[in-house]
Design a protein around this ligand. Structure first.
Ligand SMILES: *Cc1c(COP(=O)(O)O)cnc(C)c1O
Length: 295
């Protein structure tokens, strides 16, 4: 059995701003799980990798954009747990630090145009029809096995919270949290912060991922800052100030938007005085490598 033990403490963030509003904010430090198999990517890969091993597969095949945290996590996890890795990368061939790291961890990269990239199963089938070794992992690690891994966050918590916040790409982490919260019968309000434009699809997505009753979920559609991996000067300023004040490193693509949303909703008094809030730091700090020119 592969060993997926890790360390992810739950820490209070002490900020005058939170104190003024009478709210205690804690962060689940999934960013500390691993520098490259970061945050929720570790949790999402846990069961797929165990399944791949059980099936006798030796090659992980997956998909991502050129700055994908998931591609990098899969490349590193392959090196760590003894799989070869193959990544389909969306768009024309380029070089960047994240793709270089993927290659350092041994991943073979294959660039595909946006049209062909859309149908992942077709790509997998054409390239690996006769392969006994290849194991399909969807873009972003999306899937039911990944939901199971993410739901385990809730088993690790020492406290219970009135509010829990997470950043959303595919919605897999959100689905896991929703499942975990409902299995514990907590009344926690789960706040979803999609990092892309038009994130309303996330609610349909989590129903597909087996969340029967998403009533405790509040979707915040106004914190995408123009779309996926887009930023604005106020977001960059927020990331800088927050990091300086808390020593917690965040980045603009996911956790910057997430903590900005928490901050903004507190400022708007949408979180009641006396509440405790948990924010999931889902890692992904290598995203900063593509944005250093903004700072
Ligand atoms: C991939 C990623 C997410 C998105 O998670 P989903 O489960 O796809 O919604 C959130 N935060 C970080 C840092 C990520 O790398």
């Amino acid at each position: 059995m592969l060993d997926f033990d890790f360390y992810s403490p739950e820490e209070e963030i002490v900020l005058p701003f939170y104190e003024e509003h009478g709210i205690r904010v804690f962060v689940k430090r999934d960013d500390l799980i691993h520098p490259y198999i970061s945050g929720n990517k570790w949790r999402k890969l846990k069961y797929p990798l165990q399944h791949a091993q059980k099936e006798g597969k030796s090659l992980l095949v997956t998909f991502g954009g050129a700055w994908s945290n998931h591609l990098l996590a899969t490349a590193c996890a392959g090196a760590k747990f003894g799989f070869r890795t193959y990544g389909f990368v969306r768009g024309e061939a380029i070089e960047n630090p994240v793709l270089k790291l993927c290659q350092l961890f041994g991943m073979e990269l294959h660039f595909v145009d946006r049209e062909r990239y859309r149908d992942k199963k077709a790509l997998f089938n054409t390239h690996f029809t006769h392969s006994e070794e290849a194991y399909f992992i969807d873009e972003g690690g999306y899937g039911m096995l990944a939901v199971q891994g993410c739901s385990e966050i809730t088993n690790e918590l020492r406290y219970t919270y009135e509010h829990c916040f997470c950043a959303c790409g595919t919605g897999t982490t959100l689905a896991g949290l929703a499942k975990g919260i409902s299995s514990h019968r907590w009344s926690t309000t789960l706040h979803a912060v999609p990092v892309l434009k038009g994130g309303g699809f996330i609610l349909d997505e989590i129903v597909k991922l087996g969340v029967a009753n998403p009533t405790h979920i509040r979707l915040h559609l106004d914190y995408h800052f123009g779309g996926y991996a887009k930023t604005k000067p106020e977001l960059i300023e927020f990331v800088k100030t927050f990091t300086r004040q808390t020593s917690l490193l965040i980045e603009p693509t996911y956790t910057g938007k997430l903590f900005y949303a928490v901050h903004d909703l507190i400022a708007q008094k949408q979180i009641a005085r006396g509440s405790t809030v948990l924010v999931i730091h889902s890692g992904g700090l290598t995203g900063l490598l593509g944005m250093l020119d903004r700072f």
